[in-house]
Design a protein around this ligand. Structure first.
Ligand code: ADP
Ligand code: MG
Length: 628
């Protein structure tokens, strides 16, 4: 692209961004305003204009239902988005309720401060609860969270410091001083507005890098780390945000019923009920989860006699949906409306593959490349990786000069992918140094190496396959996000601007691929070859300095592989990028690479220019010896 064209594209895209941004805000504001007005007006109208329609105890039930809807959003964030199980969520609700109860009854503060304090305490407790999640997952994390819930119930909340033995804490709806509000309809207004607030925060989570990080962690932590996501930090963040919401929900519940103790109402059955709600309705689906929470709590209260059966009903629904639709009822309804395309992985074959996109102008400055003289961009010295008794990489040294394409070939099981994992930080090296621009990086985490400009593809496509194509392009820009978590949660201008820019860049890349039709499809519905194209295009979106490609042409038609070779040369010649390439397609390697290393059984057996390698006796033996 020439400079003039470049500028034209930039101007046009900026105009488009402006347009979308203004519409985005007005639509959103209008919707929120209408919702807020309805929330304020409806309960008060029914209470005062039609006083006989609903009794106070109906409002009471609604208040409880709304509190549980907030609790369900909280668990959905943790379990649905991030995939972290919590079987003791009621313990977090209890923490919030006690916090607000103590604030309003002992310290005579307003309920406003009580609710804020509940969020802070809920977040703090959840942060501590999240620490085991950094090492445990699945069943073990489930057990830890069950124990947390039980410990809250039978020990912590019974301590005389918090509740005066098991006497509990009264929860006043103190507005100010000695003014209380006892009207359940008024409290419903407050509750609905709080639900709206939590809902909006949850929307913001999903629409920013927070939600993308959470959902990628749920699916594949290695892929998340390779995209530069600090997995530990985001897991704790998910727990913390979820805890704040749970604390708020607990306080809302407590202020509805007016009194809490260690037994009531935050017991282990509530924790289980919340899990059932999220799983049955559909993990990760906000509307369904809120709906289910309201139904679960309201239905039995309005129909006499159903209450004692609600757990049986819940258990039955859980078994029925998990068996037939593991992703919940919302997913079932979604698929009834729009049947999914057959998983296209099976039908790979000789499909037409698009060209890779024109590479975007680099987002990162190139000054480090320019300043380079002799130091290779990547330098590996004496590196070994062991898995138990197996030495997968054995004392390997190699170097990749800036602005070159270097090939790495060798038979299956030679240790090529392991070498990549070691360079990108996904496996621990036994010995040796890895330097990037002369700086040793072997002690950095994977996501830290990614943020230094190392991007990598995976042998088995490294995308978040549950996310759409467009979301993957947004995910790929994770490290470029200039906003803080708070700015993201509240969608403050800087976050909104950055996200609009990311969307713009994602749409450009998708348009360049000609993948517009697939933009909103989950990546797993694409064919293997298409996934590969999307993966490579995603890597290039951030214009990384070093690109590690693990068998990129696997599953591609020959024409597409040729196209890939051309793009790799572009990457080097037009943009000065550096590529380390694992390939089985030997013609492609000989065609593109400036220098080639050959690995066999973990050791380097040859290196040199492509022509030398092609004629090397031991290389031929390694390949054909293995084949015979
Ligand atoms: P290549 O990519 O060259 O085909 P790999 O790097 O995938 O080879 O594998 C090299 C060797 O290391 C193989 O014998 C493989 O079984 C072993 N290996 C790879 N990853 C692991 C792991 N996580 N745990 C144990 N062994 C592994
Ligand atoms: Mg491999």
């Amino acid at each position: 692209m020439t400079m003039a064209e470049d500028a034209g594209v930039v101007v046009a895209s900026r105009e488009r961004t402006e347009k979308r941004r203004t519409r985005f805000w007005t639509d959103r504001q209008a919707n929120v305003l209408v919702a807020a007005l309805l929330f304020v007006a409806l309960p008060l109208l029914t209470e005062h204009a039609m006083p006989k329609l609903l009794e106070q105890h109906h409002y009471f039930n609604l208040d409880v239902g709304v509190a549980m809807a907030v609790a369900a959003i909280s668990l959905n964030l943790l379990l649905g988005y991030t995939g972290q199980i919590s079987l003791g969520h009621a313990g977090l609700l209890a923490a919030g309720a006690f916090a607000s109860g103590i604030m309003t009854s002992r310290w005579h503060a307003s309920m406003v401060f009580g609710l804020l304090f509940a969020m802070v305490v809920g977040a703090a407790v959840a942060f501590v609860l999240g620490l085991p999640a950094l090492r445990l997952s699945g069943l073990y994390l489930g057990i830890v969270t069950v124990i947390f819930g039980l410990a809250m119930q039978s020990s912590i909340l019974r301590s005389s410091l918090l509740s005066g033995g098991s006497a509990g804490v009264p929860m006043f709806r103190r507005v100010w001083g000695s003014t209380m509000t006892t009207d359940n309809a008024v409290f419903l207004v407050v509750s609905l507005l709080l639900l709206l607030g939590v809902w909006l925060v949850d929307v913001n989570v999903v629409n920013t890098r927070l939600g993308r990080a959470f959902r990628t962690i749920r699916e594949n932590e290695a892929v998340a780390a390779a995209f530069g996501i600090p997995v530990t930090r985001y897991k704790l963040l998910a727990f913390t945000i979820s805890g704040a919401m749970a604390g708020l929900a607990g306080a809302m519940y407590g202020h509805t019923i007016g009194f809490v103790n260690n037994e009531k109402p935050f017991d282990s059955t509530m924790s289980l009920m919340l899990v059932i709600i999220v799983m049955v309705a559909g993990a990760g689906r906000r509307l369904a989860v809120v709906f289910a929470a309201l139904l679960f709590w309201l239905f039995p209260s309005f129909i006499e006699g159903l209450h004692q059966w609600s757990y049986v009903l819940g258990a039955f629904l859980l078994m029925a949906t998990v068996r037939t639709h593991p992703d919940g009822i919302a997913d079932m309804l979604h698929h009834m409306r729009r049947p999914p395309r057959a998983d296209a992985d099976a039908a790979d074959g000789e499909e037409e593959l698009p060209a890779l996109p024109q590479l975007p102008a680099p987002v990162r400055a190139l000054e480090s490349v320019v300043s380079l003289t002799d130091t290779p961009l990547l330098d590996v010295r004496g590196m070994s990786v062991r898995f138990g008794g197996l030495t997968a990489v054995d004392d390997v040294s190699l170097s990749v000069p800036a602005g070159s394409v270097v090939g790495l070939i060798g038979p299956n099981g030679a240790g090529k992918s392991t070498l990549f994992n070691a360079i990108s930080g996904l496996v621990r090296t036994e010995s040796g140094q890895i330097s990037l621009r002369g700086k040793e990086i072997q002690d950095l985490r994977c996501d830290q190496r990614a943020s230094l400009g190392i991007a990598r593809s995976f042998q088995h496509v490294g995308l978040a396959r549950d996310l759409s194509v467009r979301e993957n392009f947004l995910l790929a820009q994770h490290q470029l996000a200039p906003y803080s978590d708070i700015e993201a949660l509240l969608m403050l201008p800087r976050a909104a601007r950055a996200e609009a820019e990311f969307r713009e860049r994602a749409d450009q890349a998708i348009a360049a691929l000609g993948f517009e039709e697939m933009a909103h499809m989950p990546v797993r519905n694409l064919s293997g070859g298409q996934q590969r194209i999307v993966e490579i295009a995603c890597l290039l979106v951030t214009a990384p300095e070093l690109v590690l490609l693990d068998e990129p042409s696997a599953g591609m038609a020959p024409a597409a592989a040729e196209n890939l070779a051309a793009r790799l040369r572009d990457l080097r010649d037009a943009l000065g990028r550096t590529v380390l390439l694992i390939e089985h397609n030997v013609p492609l390697v000989l065609d593109t690479c400036d220098y080639v290393y050959v690995l066999d059984a973990g050791r380097l057996i040859a290196e040199g220019a492509p022509a030398e390698i092609a004629a090397n006796r031991s290389v031929i033996d390694a390949y054909f010896g293995a084949a015979v």
